[in-house]
Design a protein around this ligand. Sequence first.
Ligand SMILES: NC(=O)c1ccc[n+]([C@@H]2O[C@H](COP(=O)([O-])OP(=O)(O)OC[C@H]3O[C@@H](n4cnc5c(N)ncnc54)[C@H](OP(=O)(O)O)[C@@H]3O)[C@@H](O)[C@H]2O)c1
Length: 446
Amino acid sequence: MERAWVFSVWNLFWPIMMMVLSCEKRRNSAGSPDTRSQSFLVIASEVACATTGPGSELMPRFCGSIISATARRCIFLNHHRAPTALPVALATLSTMAETEPMKKALISGITGQDGSYLTEFLLSKGYEVHGIIRRSSNFNTQRLEHIYIDPHNSSARMKLHYGDLTDASALRKWVDSICPDEVYNLGAQSHVGVSFENPDYTADVVATGALRLLEAVRTHIETTGRKVRYYQAGSSEMYGATPPPQDENTVFHPRSPYAVSKVAAHWYTVNYREAYGLFACNGILFNHESPRRGENFVTRKITRAVGRIKIGLQKKLFLGNLKASRDWGFAGDYVEAMWLMLQQDKPDDYVVATEDSHTVEEFLEEAFGYVGLNWQDYVEIDPRYFRPSEVDNLRGSSAKIRELLGWKPKVDFKQLVAMMVESDLERAKREKVLADNGYIASHQQP
Ligand SMILES: NC(=O)c1ccc[n+]([C@@H]2O[C@H](COP(=O)([O-])OP(=O)(O)OC[C@H]3O[C@@H](n4cnc5c(N)ncnc54)[C@H](OP(=O)(O)O)[C@@H]3O)[C@@H](O)[C@H]2O)c1
């Protein structure tokens, strides 16, 4: 049934293509060499992307976009030069093919917190989502398990490919073969504390990694004439020592190798926009958390401990600077902001924040208080967790994105903490069952 359908579309395609090419031929006798080669280049690249790239099985996208684009061209040409019955036939076809072709997104860092939420969001919008994952001796796709469909199944719209931000050839290969409409660069060594211990690696992945991906996108656009939009995951850490409130015009004063690398990635993105006209946006996102936050980030470290302490699996929690103040939002809200930036007419940079900030101490109070515990009975300070240079206070001013793109956060601080504690409490209960029955060691935590 499906085969017969593909076959009939295929049979329809070639006669149309012949008509289109004859239109083009007639027009090209008067057109400039540039527009002539450009139009064939775009058609050829669409054909190549649709027939050879991953997802080439998606004939509707292929035929839809080719028929629709070329039909419109011919209608225009014939309207102005040689009115015949052709415009009417093509107009009908154009309307038939007008159904929006499935957009493709390519995400670096798809296995991370934001990558998993963004994938869910884009799938819900009808996208085909491609993700670059690192080779690891253990599976690193836990955050995607609930949306994973085996690629042998024709309904699978999320596809994973091995690659790394330190490997320019892999990035180029995937951009060229996937032919994405939107590229989201979320991949990073994203831990501020770790960046002091691994500064070279952090710079390579976060700063030069962004440059590599921008270059892959730029050369792809240059050789194919396609349109590709690029999102760069910027961070409030770039403001570092500059006092709040911080907005798009606030000067950067980064205080860690991570933050300095993010500043470099920010300016690479601006530079590619200005130098090559790339549709490239920087999202300057303030801290955003969720039950999927990495377990060595302070918020998740706290809520994990709350669950385990409450259930009797842990006694102490060791932390560093409790006075640091952050503007914490919910990651699920923030991925929508990333997408919104790429749907605009012009590329720009936006701060994404709740505009409400709390200290680590306040987070502790809220999280332990949620399960009826007093944090002071459990928390100890370990100077090892202090950073060589601290960032005291981050609080964003997100008026621009609220006014221009209509974005605003849906989850507030109390709801965020409750969501994380509840999730980690459930997890601790399951761990307890496993520990009580000897399946895991219960003394892994202090
Ligand atoms: N969450 C926040 O509060 C926040 C705020 C501002 C900006 N950001 C930035 O937003 C992005 C997403 O944040 P997140 O919270 O989702 O971070 P995350 O959970 O730490 O995820 C980072 C992702 O990057 C991948 N990655 C690491 N090194 C890589 C490499 N060399 N090549 C390719 N991929 C690599 C990781 O893969 P593995 O799973 O294999 O480790 C993971 O998928 C990051 O760039 C982060 O710096 C985050």
